[in-house]
Design a protein around this ligand. Structure first.
Ligand code: SF4
Ligand code: MG
Length: 325
């Protein structure tokens, strides 16, 4: 069982109420059950758009998201939600303030028709205990909990129906560092116990260094480098990946690298630079080719990288010479 997505062409369009989304192009990734795929990038890189695509909250213009080899549209929404669950960044707004937390979690069982009514309370309490809360928390309201506890509640609500995949969009970035570490540890434990395929989206590349099996680094709606996390950390190829790795202090002295300062701000997502989208900030730019030719994602060893330092221009011309509008 796998969840995969492949987007060609140049954008995704909003699905449902009209809203602005970051355009995505040429993104092709997949995650299997039991595996943790990390998606890293600065705000505005399209990480959350990707999460929403995977959850069918928006739809792609071109390309497809497949679950078990079938397009998401093929599944009734309820079945999709049963198989792919999510935890979002803000534990303060994702829980209904007027519902008791036990009932919030039980609602998940009710919606999906799981468990006899008599068993429900017991299942919810077992789940509360599994995420590090107790039975006495059942009848409390969300405002009585800390940020870390609320995120545990959101995790309990997502996992009580035993989904196959869990999409986590910045699940710990609103939390203090010490709280963050414990929530991340819980997610890792549950992933193994439940054989969950996880997609962990964050701006914190170092977090993914010890969390994810594979990694995709995104910039302006594109994957610029993807591969096994260990390989990307020991041998980052894309100049943007190198800059991101250098920007955050690593606890691992082997990984300590000199800071690379990127010039300028991340460009607007509606006005993606021509050629390599990173050329306006790249410290390793090699000339006009970077400004004019869009580099394609090409395999280099175990990783794939989109950068002219690694050649592959002809292929780039043929596959993605179109800008994003
Ligand atoms: Fe830098 Fe050129 Fe590589 Fe883009 S293609 S990352 S501008 S060297
Ligand atoms: Mg986001």
């Amino acid at each position: 069982v796998s969840l995969s997505f492949k987007l060609r062409g140049n954008s995704v369009r909003p699905w449902g109420p009209r809203r602005q989304v970051q355009a995505l192009a040429g993104v092709s990734l997949s995650v299997r059950r039991g595996e943790m795929l990390g998606i890293a990038g600065e705000s505005g890189c399209g990480k959350s758009t990707l999460a929403r695509l995977l959850l069918k909250l928006i739809q792609a213009n071109e390309g497809s998201v497949l679950l078990d080899g079938q397009p998401l549209d093929w599944y009734p929404l309820l079945e999709l939600r049963e198989r792919v669950q999510m935890v979002f960044q803000d534990p303060f707004t994702s829980l209904n303030p007027r519902r008791r937390v036990g009932d919030i979690i039980a609602d998940s069982l009710i919606v999906h028709g799981k468990g006899a009514p008599a068993e429900r309370r017991g299942r919810v309490i077992a789940m509360l205990e599994r995420v590090g809360l107790g039975a006495h928390h059942y009848d409390r309201f969300p405002h009585e909990f800390s940020g870390g506890q609320r995120q545990r509640i959101a995790i309990a609500r997502a996992l009580i129906i035993r989904p196959e995949f869990l999409i986590l969009d910045e699940p710990t970035s609103a939390l203090d560092v010490s709280v963050q570490a414990r929530v991340v540890e819980l997610i890792q434990e549950l992933r193994r116990e439940l054989d969950l395929g996880c997609i962990f989206i964050t701006h914190d590349l170092n977090l993914l260094g010890f969390l994810s099996d594979r990694l995709a680094v995104m910039y302006l709606g594109r994957v610029v480098e993807t591969g096994p996390t260990s390989e990307i950390f020991s041998n980052p190829k894309h100049p943007y990946t190198r800059a991101l790795l250098a920007a955050t202090p690593s606890p691992d002295p082997q990984r300590r690298v000199q800071r690379i300062d990127l010039e300028g701000e991340i460009p607007s997502s509606v006005n993606v630079p021509t050629g390599c989208p990173f050329h306006t900030r790249c410290p390793e730019k090699i000339g006009t080719i970077c400004e004019t030719v869009r580099p394609a994602l090409a395999r280099r060893g175990d990783t794939q990288v989109s950068c002219h330092l690694y050649g592959n221009q002809e292929h780039a011309r043929a596959t993605d010479a179109v800008g994003v509008s």
